[in-house]
Design a protein. Structure first.
Length: 272
């Protein structure tokens, strides 16, 4: 059985086999499909590169930088990675002279706030210590201070030195239990009577001799000597009432018109 193939005459009188033409047509269609598949794969690859889902091992193609209009918006809550410009809001930077000056002023203020109260405390401590030392020295001195005692001292010790007195001197000694005031002065006869009256006694209460007044122990503290020849002494001890100062008074009448008065007033403090 013989097989026949159909033929036809083409342009120019050339004869073509139909089966050969069908094969060529199929080849062209296959080539078109392969080209279409290739283009489809190229489009998919381009889409994957755009979305970041590249196939494993695929080479990364460089991308053009986005234009200002295509710049992606910042994610809310994220801080842009840039250092703020201090000059933008008028605040000086850390390295600027204004910032350093402010830091120095702040440091100076803090130092002064700490140093001034501390300095006052130290000064107070030194003053208190020096005052205690001065009082201790005054308490152990045996010399008289050639000045009038203060009005407060005169009231405390009940020794009211009259106006017109001269050669006034005093010495105060303090302790926890006993304080005493030694005082001496020259005064006229009327002034002597006025003084004795102010302390609650009178001239008639004076007894001859020095032994009835200022004790030798008290006299030795300030260098008083009542045993000097040529002097005439009258003396007494007086206390207004219990709890008031005790006064030891000795009067030297060697100069009848201008007697010298020696007084020791002692205040005793009661314990609790």
């Amino acid at each position: 059985m013989s097989t026949s193939s159909s033929t036809h005459t083409g342009p120019g009188g050339r004869r073509y086999d139909r089966e050969s033409a069908d094969e060529q047509l199929a080849d062209r269609e296959r080539a078109d499909h392969e080209r279409a598949d290739h283009e489809h794969e190229e489009h998919e690859r381009a889409d994957q590169d755009a979305t970041g889902d590249r196939a494993p091992g695929a080479a990364e193609e460089p991308m053009d930088p986005p234009t200002p209009d295509e710049t992606p918006d910042e994610t809310p809550g994220e801080t842009p990675d840039q250092t703020p410009d201090p000059a933008a809001d008028g605040t000086p930077g850390r390295d600027s002279p204004q910032w350093l000056r402010r830091r120095l002023i702040t440091l100076l203020v803090v130092v002064l706030l700490i140093a001034i109260p501390a300095g006052y405390l130290v000064m107070s401590a030194f003053v208190s210590r020096d005052s205690g030392r001065v009082k201790a020295r005054e308490a152990t001195l045996t010399g008289l201070d050639w000045h009038w005692p203060s009005r407060v001292q005169q009231r405390i010790y009940d020794v009211d030195i009259p106006n017109g007195a001269s050669h006034v001197a005093f010495y105060e000694q303090n302790s926890w239990k006993v304080s005493s005031l030694h005082a001496q002065f020259h005064i006229g006869n009327q002034g002597l009577e006025s003084f004795l009256k102010s302390v609650g006694t009178s001239r008639s209460e004076l007894k001859r001799g020095w032994t009835h007044g200022v004790a030798k122990e008290q006299a030795d503290k300030v260098g008083w000597n009542f045993q000097t020849p040529g002097h005439r002494y009258w003396s007494l001890v007086h206390q207004r009432s219990k709890g008031t100062p005790e006064l030891e008074i000795t009067v030297d009448t060697a100069s009848p018109k201008w007697p010298r008065v020696y007084v020791v007033s002692t205040v005793k403090f009661r314990g609790p």
